[in-house]
Ligand binder design. Structure first.
Ligand code: ATP
Length: 460
């Protein structure tokens, strides 16, 4: 299924522009910024937190709520240390590390193009394996017996709960368990904004299937997951699949393909889809001494299921969404305001992901208008993130808006304007919720007939 897409890098400086926009508008700030920041840790601001929640919500909706063969889970970050011995992370979750003998910077040797330090050109040490798990101590005594790890992936929380889920839900194969949560990796080199950080969030799902059917399910999930990004508006030409070579495969994987996105620094992994076989359940059954087999009612057989895992990064998805939505375009209102052409930055975010879905604006601050506008606002915010503003200039900033004007007082109608097309329609207040729901579900409100009637389109 791997498609060959030529490597292409987007215009230079694009990542810097996105980082700067994120900071200016309150999407993403460096962590602990007033103390100079903490390398590779990021805080999501007022707009960023909404965007990130919407990404997770879209994943949960598609993976859990809309499926009969899926359940969700939320497991703890700290787990029994034996989990990581059994899963192979203690011995094998390592990257090859070299250190510069001159400036002492550390690098991943598998990522270096030359055998000298990329920073100062100094000589490098021999490569050694560096474990990426963060270690800490449980309780007040700092001794070997109390060592615990911050989980480097959410998947193991799912495997160790396999029997709990089976016993409590009576799910039959094939079925999946999905989880969203924080993961931590003491990465040797970080960078490219939120692409690679040491604390991040994952959206992982383990799909348990009958051995022998794993190949088909692997293909199925690869396609499903690629379509999820397309449905959220990511451009097709910015996505491709890359199959792992035999040498690249992780210790647990029978096969693996990455969904890659064309980030400003080039093609890079957005999500990995792996066929993990029965590796994890076998390991945990051996290590815990507990029977983790599945009993097939029809064939009366006991066996360990195989597992297909689509594993996506929340932060990488947010970055891909931002990169894809970022546009610099002529500001249509600038000539009217200033008499000059101006370029403005617009984030063409998919309606399902946009932090604010709609802004409610009374045309003036007259008491009777404000009253109706506030009623509309109170009603809409039951279902969506809505902003309200009676400052005069607001129409410039919030392009998808509901305007309450003097005519609204008489005809109980409002003007709704679309952010992207700038088209506007006039609809009854009573139809507002349905119209917005349809728009957010991807329908074009201009062709939607509210109450069976086609509303007249007016160009601004
Ligand atoms: P990479 O090769 O980029 O280090 P990986 O193959 O180690 O990634 P996986 O173990 O497959 O990553 O993790 C699944 C997903 O978790 C990745 O596709 C990515 O979206 C996300 N992820 C992994 N490591 C990080 C990180 N350090 N920062 C942000 N997201 C990450």
């Amino acid at each position: 299924m791997t498609e060959q897409t030529p490597a292409k890098v987007l215009p230079e400086g694009r990542m810097e522009k996105i980082v700067s926009l994120c900071r200016r508008r309150g999407f993403i700030f460096p962590s602990s910024e007033i103390y100079g920041g903490l390398s590779s840790c990021w805080d999501y601001g007022p707009l960023g937190v909404e965007l990130k929640r919407n990404v997770k919500e879209a994943w949960w909706q598609a993976m859990v709520r809309e499926r009969d063969d899926m359940v969700g889970l939320d497991t703890s970050i700290l787990m029994h240390p034996q989990v990581w011995a059994a899963s192979g992370h203690l011995a094998g979750f390592t990257d090859p590390l070299v250190e510069c003998k001159n400036c002492h910077l550390r690098w991943r040797s598998d990522e270096l193009k030359e055998d000298r330090c990329p920073s100062c050109g100094g000589e490098l040490t021999e490569s050694r394996q560096f474990n990426l798990m963060f270690k800490t101590f449980m309780g007040p005594v700092e001794e070997d017996a109390s060592v615990v790890y911050l989980r480097p992936e959410t998947a193991q929380g799912i495997f160790v709960n396999f029997q709990n889920v089976l016993n409590t839900t009576r799910k039959k194969l094939p079925f999946g368990i999905a989880q969203i949560g924080k993961a931590f990796r003491n990465e040797i080199t970080t960078g490219n904004f939120i692409f690679r950080s040491r604390e991040f969030e994952q959206m992982e799902m383990e799909f348990f299937v009958k051995p022998g059917t794993d190949g088909e399910w692997f293909k199925y999930w690869l396609e499903q997951r690629l379509n999820w990004y397309l449905k959220l508006g990511i451009k097709k030409e910015h996505l491709h699949l890359r199959e792992h070579t035999q040498k690249e495969l992780a210790h647990y994987a029978r096969s693996c393909s990455d969904i890659e996105y064309l980030f400003p620094m080039g093609w890079a992994e957005l999500e990995g889809v792996a066929n993990r076989g029965d590796f994890d359940l076998t390991q945990h059954a051996k290590s815990s001494g507990k029977g983790l087999e599945y009993f097939d009612d029809e064939t009366k057989e006991h066996f360990l299921p195989c597992v297909i895992e689509p594993s996506a990064g929340v932060d990488r998805s947010v970055l891909a969404v931002l990169c894809d939505a970022y546009a610099e375009e002529p500001d249509p209102s600038a000539p009217l305001r200033t008499g000059k052409e101006e370029i403005r930055v617009v984030l063409h975010l998919h309606p399902a992901l946009a932090p604010f879905k709609v802004a409610v604006l009374p045309l003036s601050r007259r008491e009777n208008l404000v009253k109706v506008a506030k009623e509309v606002y109170t009603d809409l915010r039951q279902g969506w993130m809505v902003s309200y503003d009676d400052a005069q200039s607001i129409g410039r900033r919030y392009r998808r808006c509901v305007t309450v004007d003097f005519q609204s007082l008489e005809d109980k109608q409002v003007t709704v304007r679309d952010r992207d097309s700038m088209n506007q329609i006039r609809i009854p207040i009573a139809e507002l919720k349905n119209t917005l729901a349809a728009k957010l579900a991807g329908e074009d409100i201009l062709v939607l007939p509210p109450g069976g009637k086609v509303w007249k389109e007016e160009r601004t």
